[in-house]
Design a protein around this ligand. Structure first.
Ligand SMILES: Nc1ncnc2c1ncn2[C@@H]1O[C@H](COP(=O)(O)OP(=O)(O)OP(=O)(O)O)[C@@H](O)[C@H]1O
Ligand SMILES: [Mg+2]
Length: 350
């Protein structure tokens, strides 16, 4: 039996317009207690606006927002059980690391000895135990962002709101910080509400993802489910790599099938679809095999544990990306190969 955790943040029909720009349109989702929830979507899709409504820095044009079961319409940001970590580094430069982290407690009148204890505790949590007396300017970008995290976490918010907190870091540091973030989340009780345009980050970190496009949520679910069963063509293309192929439903030997690439092309079960359809097939769901569609290898990238190919089918079909994971078949550029699909993997959109 799966026990669904309590809902903590609940958005019901939330919209936000700026003049005639509909930034967020009728959005519904909930963030559950202790969960790592990520809102992912392209630039301008409405992610920051959604986060700012949860934090209280922006008011919805329509809909209701609850945190911990309480309506938030009349509750100012500082009275909400949330804390915000921004994309750009935002430490107080004239305070030490320790003073930065202890700032929220000081403002609330927590006494000095208790403050000192908790500052140490939270600096340990982000692996910066020995940096308490340093100035923020004496830290690397990644260390500064960890201080910012500790400064937010020390207030023990029910929800930590993170808006692209890693985007100012270089690629390597970003990877390290992803692992850190996940670890820090596991060590704390609070929920994380994470906003990013980077689908890879979203897939790596999250318990659940909401995919946003043009102000609307297209799908919500665990990463595997979103990847394997995308609800829309947009989600199929935005999350992970895919081959999006046009097919049409025809009758072949008495059975309705989707034919991709015309007669003699790839065939998959019609499953109740009709007319012209789009079919999403992940690169790893194609394989080089003994039977199937003839094609020529036009690109090949060796990546250690896998090999990526681009093949040009002999039939009327644009080039296909294939990821081959150590199976028996290998090929070189220029080779003639045969390509087939792993059964049950294509996703069809009408
Ligand atoms: N204060 C504002 N006034 C007018 N339009 C705004 C305002 N804030 C956001 N918008 C518009 O609302 C839309 C959504 O913006 P938002 O910042 O939420 O996107 P985003 O998904 O966070 O994008 P990014 O990934 O680039 O940060 C955009 O079209 C943006 O131009
Ligand atoms: Mg944004």
């Amino acid at each position: 039996m799966s026990i669904q955790k309590e809902s903590l943040v609940k958005l019901n029909g939330i919209s936000k317009s700026f003049g005639d720009v509909d930034a967020v349109e009728r959005v519904n989702f909930e963030v559950r207690k202790g969960e790592f929830f990520t809102l992912v979507g392209p630039s301008g899709s409405g992610k920051t606006t959604t986060l700012r409504m949860i934090s209280g820095f922006e008011q919805p044009t329509a809909g209701t927002l609850q945190i911990g079961g309480q309506p938030m319409s009349a509750i100012p940001p500082e009275s909400r059980d949330t804390n915000l970590v921004f994309q750009r580094l935002s430490l107080f430069p004239h305070m030490t690391v320790g003073e930065n982290v202890g700032y929220g407690l000081k403002k609330r009148g927590v006494d000095a000895s208790e403050r000192k204890r908790r500052v140490s505790e939270y600096l340990e949590l982000v692996d910066l135990g020995e940096f308490e007396e340093r100035d923020p300017t004496e830290l690397s970008g990644g260390q500064q962002q960890r201080v910012a995290l500790a400064r937010a976490l020390i207030n023990e918010p029910a929800v930590l709101l993170l808006d692209e907190p890693l985007s100012s870091l270089d690629r390597k540091l970003r990877k390290q910080m992803q692992v850190e973030l996940r670890r820090i989340h596991e060590r704390t009780d609070g929920a994380f509400f994470y906003v990013t345009h980077d689908q890879e980050v979203a897939m790596t970190l999250s318990d659940r993802i909401a995919v946003m496009n043009e102000g609307q949520i297209e799908q919500i679910g665990p990463p595997e489910k979103i990847y394997r069963e995308p609800a829309t063509q947009f989600v199929a293309e935005f999350i992970g790599d895919t081959n999006l192929l046009t097919g049409s439903v025809v009758t072949h030997s008495g059975n309705a099938v989707i034919q991709i690439g015309g007669s003699g092309g790839i065939e998959i079960p019609a499953d109740g679809h009709s007319g012209e359809v789009q079919v999403s097939i992940r690169p790893e769901d194609f394989q080089l095999s003994d039977t199937g569609v003839e094609a020529t290898v036009i690109e090949r990238f060796f990546q250690g544990d896998q090999t990526n190919y681009v093949v040009e089918p002999d039939i009327d079909l644009s080039p296909i990306q294939i990821v081959s994971q150590g199976s028996g078949h290998t090929a070189e550029i220029g080779d003639q190969v045969t390509v087939s699909i792993l059964p049950g993997t294509p996703v069809v959109f009408d």
